[in-house]
Write a protein that binds this ligand. Structure first.
Ligand SMILES: [Zn+2]
Length: 199
């Protein structure tokens, strides 16, 4: 009797939480309460680097993007909420708000090397998406470049260049796609307007 009553309460609580999340998504509000992030940026960056490096080989062999969200618990411990499989040129983050868990940064790979895409720099959509979700973002490219998108300064910054993360064995540098070390929205727009996508 007590057990079934407890189960009912738990189910009701889950349903309420689910309804809250659905309502807040419908209103296009963030599904979390902003809280000051405890972790140092250098720790988040190192954590993102490890996550991305671990995904690079699979990203190359399957020719698809992988993405995820790094979260922090109340004691400042970092973990990855979930890793989603995308396709050749996109990936949808999955994030479910939970009490006591704060999203800290997104990360994604750019799949395998391809002469059809200019994928050694963040896309305009990458930058816009991190700015609108008010989270930094980290990116690994097929050439092994490591990028950080800083949502507050609204810039993408190259942390380290070709081969500093795992590199696709199929990768060959494309002189026309050689990225700068920093982009804001205007400069990314210009890059994608002026650069041929095929090398
Ligand atoms: Zn991207």
């Amino acid at each position: 009797m007590n057990l079934s009553r407890n189960n009912t309460l738990i189910l009701a609580a889950c349903a309420v939480a689910w309804v809250l999340v659905v309502i807040r998504i419908a209103q296009h509000e963030p599904v979390y309460e902003p809280r000051e992030i405890v972790s140092a940026r250098s720790d988040v960056q190192q954590y993102a680097r490890e996550q991305l490096n671990a995904l690079q080989r699979r990203s190359f062999s399957e020719g698809r993007e992988f993405c995820g969200v790094i979260v922090e618990n109340e004691t400042g411990e970092l973990s990855t909420m979930s890793v989603s499989e995308g396709d050749i040129a996109s990936c949808q983050y999955e994030y479910n708000g939970q009490a006591g868990i704060t999203p800290v940064a997104s990360f994604h790979t750019h799949g395998g090397a391809s002469i059809r895409y200019d994928d050694e720099a963040p896309s305009l959509q990458d930058l816009q998406s991190d700015i609108s979700s008010r989270m930094d973002g980290y990116l690994a490219t097929p050439g092994g470049r490591f990028w950080r998108i800083d949502w507050q300064s609204q810039t993408a910054n190259l942390i380290c260049g070709e081969g500093c993360l795992e590199q696709d064995p199929e990768y060959s540098p494309c002189p026309a796609h050689e990225p700068e070390t920093q982009y804001d929205i205007k400069r990314l727009q210009k890059r994608f307007r002026d650069t041929p996508s095929r090398c």
